[in-house]
Write a protein of this length. Structure first.
Length: 757
């Protein structure tokens, strides 16, 4: 009877997993680059229209249309297209820049844009990132070539070097523009590593699931064989059949039929069904055992995994059988009870009797009930455990536990940080770029002391946002970096004494925008926008007006917006991939597990069909058994017990030799502690051959065959205790055989056996 008390209180991979993370990253970067290119042209439209009056009429429309078209196409390919489209449009944009820049000297004379230079060369920032998509490994070559061409043409139309030297202009181009290309390359690298990790996870999950499933199914059949098949055969051999043996055989045959039907194996069992299975496991042994259950309300709708219920029911049934057999050798009345608890964390089953108890340390090695069918069965179950509490004269309590543990949500992968060679190089690029922008500020007349403080704060901000290992950035670091920008901008404005309008050369905002871009890429898009807006405050306070603010922040805004677009499109993708990696691995593991379970189930059932089923069907028929049939039950029980205790010796030649010896009346005991698994095939074959020879030549007494634990100086021993002779054979890992023999005088005990180890 089950008494139930109900107490109150107390993901599938998306379609994104169909594409590699690396390809998703390429698309996201393509979208960001395309949007950045269009924004660049739009932000510089006043300058473009002004300079269009100076150059030949054909150049400006051709350059603008070419850049906007290729940038828009790349944005569209990143948002809607495929990987091939992204690469082709990125290649087109990367090629458009040098073509447009190279054609400019044909459209205007020397120094036509003096002294400000043309609007086009800074666009190399965008096109170099496009070059990363087109040539993932060769983009630095493109940066050098396109950057050098841009600087050369800018110097031509500006009338030669102005405030900045040629070297400064080249370094600023290489470092400042290369910083963003390096970020893109790093993002692609992180995505590629994620793909590699996914592949490794899938392979590991497949191997682990195959091994685990095979072991699990072997353990399940071992429990069935011990609890049902061996018990039935042993009862038949002792009582020569009878109604009890027939019922046990019929029940075992039903279990074999049910275990072969795996259609519902992966579906969880409802709580009522699980309780019914647990109750049935004990009432089949003793109908007087009461089962009480306490179910948490939230757990009632979850159900329990079928393999968990099966294992717990089998272990509980074995606990009940052991209690009925051994708890009352003197015939006393024994009280037995079962308590089941199911909650959100898992399930526990407690079996208690007030019988005589026992000493677990004194249980013989060849007794498998507690060790194998209870402790071993539960501990092989993922999340399972069992504890036996007993003392002679104090009764026995057996607790079976299963804990449900959800896999922890994987951490979001860090796209960029300074904790790798590439990340350290990125930090160096950022700091060098900031230094170059500071030198440019000094060239235009900013106070050196205030400039050093302002750019020093900006450099520290860059270090702060690249130093943390994990994404997203912590809020203290994020808001500290956001607060630095307005302070640095105010210091720069206070120290500026040049003649050029400050907002044309407001390099501090450009340098600070690099840190804001990193903040956005590290999952803090909103604070990056706040930081950009904060820089506008001192500009407006200094009287720069809306025009001055837009002039000063056009380029930084493009940088932050492009980084935001990249993050907004890439982060959910990589997040889903990172989370889905566990799902994909679990799916692959589930497939491998199902296949391994099926293979092992078929193998075990085929073996039982050949060996045990014919005998069980004969017993279940209920007809009287001949002496030969009873003897077959005895021999088969011993054979199956050997298979459980010593799987390393479950080879046909040894099985046949052991059967022949037992038929002659030899007491054969076999143990396997795993040593045969670590030796060469020839040594394993030698052990089997030696054991078979001793089994065939011994005419009376006992033969004990044992494979010792791995790492011993001896792999296996064969001990023969005959009435008049004791013989011991040892085989070492090299295959050397040592034999010792001793004649036993008539007055000594004629029985010797292998000592426990």
């Amino acid at each position: 009877m089950v008494v139930t008390e109900v107490h109150t209180g107390g993901t599938v991979a998306s379609d994104r997993t169909s594409m590699r993370a690396y390809d998703r990253a390429r698309r996201s970067i393509g979208a960001a680059v395309g949007v950045g290119g269009v924004l660049w042209v739009v932000a510089h439209l006043p300058m473009i229209l002004r300079q269009a009056q100076i150059v030949s009429p054909w150049w400006t429309p051709v350059a603008v249309v070419a850049l906007v078209t290729t940038s828009g196409a790349l944005a569209g390919a990143g948002l809607r297209g495929g990987v091939v489209a992204v690469r082709r449009t990125a290649l087109a944009l990367a090629a458009t820049f040098p073509l447009c820049v190279g054609a400019l000297p044909l459209a205007c004379r020397y120094a036509c844009f003096a002294p400000e230079g043309t609007w086009l060369p800074p666009l190399v920032t965008v096109t170099t990132v496009a070059g990363v998509l087109a040539w993932p490994r060769a983009w630095p070559v493109y940066l050098l070539a396109a950057g050098t061409l841009g600087v050369a043409v800018d110097l031509y139309v500006s009338g030669g070097p102005g405030v900045h030297s040629l070297g400064q202009s080249l370094l600023r181009t290489y470092l400042a523009q290369g910083f963003f290309a390096a970020i893109a390359a790093r993002v692609l690298h992180a995505a590629g590593r994620l793909d590699e990790a996914t592949g490794i996870a899938v392979r590991q999950a497949t191997v682990a699931a195959t091994i685990e499933a095979t072991d699990q199914e072997q353990a399940r059949f071992a429990g069935l064989i011990h609890d049902s098949v061996l018990a039935t055969l042993l009862e038949t051999a002792r009582a020569a059949g009878g109604p009890g043996a027939a019922r046990a055989a019929a029940r075992t045959l039903r279990q074999l039929a049910e275990i072969g039907d795996d259609r519902a194996a992966d579906r969880p069992m409802t709580i009522p069904a699980a309780l019914a299975a647990l109750s049935k496991a004990v009432t089949e042994v003793d109908t007087s055992i009461a089962v009480r259950a306490r179910i948490a309300r939230d757990a009632g709708t979850l159900g329990l995994p079928r393999d968990v219920v099966t294992a717990m029911a089998a272990a509980l049934g074995e606990a009940a059988r052991n209690s009925v057999r051994h708890a009352a050798p003197d015939g006393r009345a024994v009280s037995r009870r079962v308590a089941v608890v199911v909650d959100e964390g898992g399930a526990s089953v407690r079996f208690t009797d007030d019988g005589v108890g026992f000493d677990p340390a004194r249980v013989a090695l060849d007794r498998l009930g507690v060790r194998h069918s209870i402790l071993g069965r539960m501990r092989r179950l993922r999340g399972g455990d069992a504890v036996v509490e007993t003392r002679p004269g104090r009764g026995t309590t057996i607790t079976l536990r299963w804990t449900h543990a959800d896999p922890s949500e994987p951490a979001l992968p860090a796209l960029i940080n300074a904790h790798s060679p590439a990340g350290a190089a990125l930090l160096v690029l950022l700091l060098l770029a900031i230094v170059l922008w500071m030198l440019g500020e000094l060239d235009y007349g900013t106070d050196p002391m205030l400039a050093a403080v302002a750019y020093g704060l900006t450099a520290l901000t860059g270090v702060a946002v690249l130093a943390p290992r994990a994404d997203p950035l912590s809020w203290p670091v994020t808001w500290l970096a956001v607060a630095v920008g307005p302070i640095a901008a105010a210091l720069t404005i206070a120290g500026y004494a040049g003649t050029t309008p400050l907002y044309h050369v407001f390099w501090i905002a450009v340098a600070y925008s690099y840190s804001l871009a990193v903040i956005a890429i590290r999952s803090r898009i909103g604070p990056a926008a706040v930081g950009l807006a904060g820089v506008a405050v001192p500009i407006l306070a200094a009287g720069g007006g809306i025009g001055g603010m837009l002039d000063a922040l056009a380029s930084p805004a493009e940088t932050v917006v492009a980084a935001g677009v990249l993050t907004a499109s890439l982060r959910p993708t990589l997040s889903s991939f990172h989370a889905a990696r566990a799902v994909v691995a679990a799916h692959a593991g589930a497939e491998a597990r199902a296949a391994a379970l099926s293979r092992e189930r078929e193998r075990q059932l085929a073996y039982l069909d050949r060996t045990a089923r014919p005998v069980l069907e004969r017993i279940a028929a209920g007809r009287p058994l001949s002496a030969a049939a009873v003897e077959e039950c005895r021999l088969l029980e011993a054979q199956l017990r050997d298979r459980l205790r010593a799987p390393g010796f479950a080879v046909p030649e040894f099985v046949r030799a052991a059967r022949r010896a037992r038929r002659r009346g030899i007491d054969v005991t076999v143990f396997d502690d795993g040593g045969l698994g670590d030796v060469a095939d020839r040594v394993r074959a030698l052990v089997i051959e030696t054991a078979v020879a001793e089994l065939d030549t011994t005419r009376a007494g006992r033969v004990t065959v044992r494979a010792l634990p791995p790492g011993r100086d001896t792999v296996a021993t064969v001990v023969v205790s005959a009435p008049d002779r004791y013989r011991r054979i040892e085989v070492d890992p090299t295959g050397a055989v040592a034999r010792t023999s001793e004649i036993i005088p008539a007055h000594q005990d004629s029985e010797r056996s292998e000592p426990a180890r």
